[in-house]
Design a protein around this ligand. Structure first.
Ligand code: GLP
Length: 241
C-alpha cells in the first residue's frame, strides 16, 4: 500500500488527479471506476483543467460509477449521474456511450444489479477504482456488516448515511432510503484502488480502516487485503496513521 500525505484538500485533489491521469495517458481506453461525494470534486476539477489545457484525452475512456440512489432519475440534481455529468462527463470529451452508472429508475433490483455486474465484466474489469470513505467506513454504499463477497446489490441506507447525505437535499425526508451499489466483491476486483480522504472528521475512521482489524463492521478495512491500494489524504485525515 502506498500512502500520500498531502498538505490540504487542494494538494490531495491534485495528487489523486495525477494518478488518474497517469492511468489515462498510459492506457487511453482504460476503465475508470468513479465515485461521488464531496471528496472527489476537487479531483474532477483538476482533470477538467488538464483536459482543457490539452493534456488529457477522454475519447476512448470508459467509466463505471460505484453507486446510484434508487428512485432518482438521471435528470434529478441529487442523482449521482447528474453529479458526474456536472463535475466531469459534461466537461470533457468523454463519449457518453462509454459511461456507466447504475440505473436508479429500474425498479427491479435483481435485474438492474445483474445488468450492471455484467457490464463491469464485459468491460474487462476496472483498471483503477476511485473511492471516498463514509464516516462509518462505508465504500460505495456498502454499509457496515455487508459481506465482503457481495456483488452489485440494492442496499437500505443506514441512518448515519442518510444523516450525512441530507445536506445535499432540501430535507431529510427527501433522501432516498435505498441505493444500488457495486459490492465489496466487485470493488476488490479492480486492478488498482485509489482512496481519497480529507478533513479531520475522517481521521478516526481512516485509522480504523487501515490500522484496525479487517472486519465487515468497517467495510473499508477489506482494502488491507487488496494488492494495490493507493491512499491519498490530507494531513488532517491522515493524522492518526
Ligand atoms: C456517499 C457515497 C460514497 C462516498 C461517501 C463519502 O455515501 N455513496 O461513495 O464515498 O458518501 O462522501 P464524502 O466524500 O462527501 O465524505
Amino acid at each position: 500500500m502506498r500512502i500520500y500525505k498531502m498538505k490540504d484538500y487542494s494538494e490531495m485533489s491534485r495528487k489523486a488527479a495525477n494518478i488518474l491521469s497517469a492511468q489515462v495517458i498510459l492506457k487511453p481506453d482504460c476503465v475508470l471506476g468513479l465515485a461521488t461525494g464531496s471528496t472527489p470534486i476537487g479531483t474532477y476539477e483538476k482533470l477538467v483543467e488538464w483536459y482543457e489545457k490539452g493534456d488529457l484525452d477522454f475519447s476512448e475512456v470508459k467509466t463505471v460509477n460505484l453507486d446510484e440512489y434508487k428512485g432518482l432519475d438521471a435528470s434529478n440534481d441529487q442523482s449521482y449521474y447528474y453529479f458526474m455529468h456536472k463535475h466531469l462527463f459534461g466537461k470533457v470529451n468523454i463519449d457518453l456511450k462509454n459511461v456507466n452508472v447504475p440505473n436508479g429508475m429500474e425498479p427491479d433490483a435483481e435485474k438492474e444489479c445483474a445488468r450492471y455486474e455484467e457490464k463491469v465484466c464485459q468491460l474487462g474489469g476496472v483498471d483503477i477504482q476511485l473511492l471516498g470513505l463514509g464516516h462509518n467506513g462505508h465504500i460505495g454504499f456498502n454499509e457496515p456488516n455487508t459481506e465482503f463477497d457481495r456483488r452489485t446489490h440494492c442496499v437500505d441506507l443506514t441512518k448515519s448515511t442518510i444523516e450525512a447525505n441530507k445536506r445535499f437535499f432540501a430535507s431529510e425526508e427527501e433522501v432516498p432510503r435505498q441505493a444500488y451499489t457495486m459490492g465489496i466483491g466487485t470493488i476488490m476486483q479492480a486492478k488498482k484502488i485509489l482512496m481519497i480522504v480529507s478533513g479531520k472528521d475522517k481521521a478516526e475512521i481512516v485509522k480504523k480502516a487501515f490500522c484496525g482489524p479487517i472486519t465487515p463492521e468497517v467495510p473499508a478495512s477489506v482494502l488491507q487485503l487488496h494488492p494495490e491500494v493507493i491512499l491519498v489524504g490530507d494531513e488532517e485525515a491522515l493524522r492518526l496513521l
